[in-house]
Design a protein. Structure first.
Length: 69
């Protein structure tokens, strides 16, 4: 693999109880497939991102439904 590792994260709609969740949707130049297996709450995602090596980039994509904005 060459190039910098990157993770694309999608911001999901809040749950009925008001919890914000995020989903890792794409991994570029990395084989950490286990990251794709679950949705993350904001504090879990922050912990995950801070534990990654500095060579990782990430992008959060806000794709909330138009009627929810």
């Amino acid at each position: 693999m060459s190039g910098k590792a990157k993770i694309l994260i999608q911001k999901l709609n809040k749950t009925p109880s008001g919890i914000q969740r995020y989903r890792i949707t794409k991994l570029i130049n990395t084989k950490r497939l286990s990251l794709l297996e679950q949705d993350y709450e904001e504090d879990e995602l922050q912990l995950l991102l801070s534990s990654l090596p500095g060579s990782f980039d990430y992008q959060i994509i806000n794709t909330l439904a138009k009627d929810k904005r």
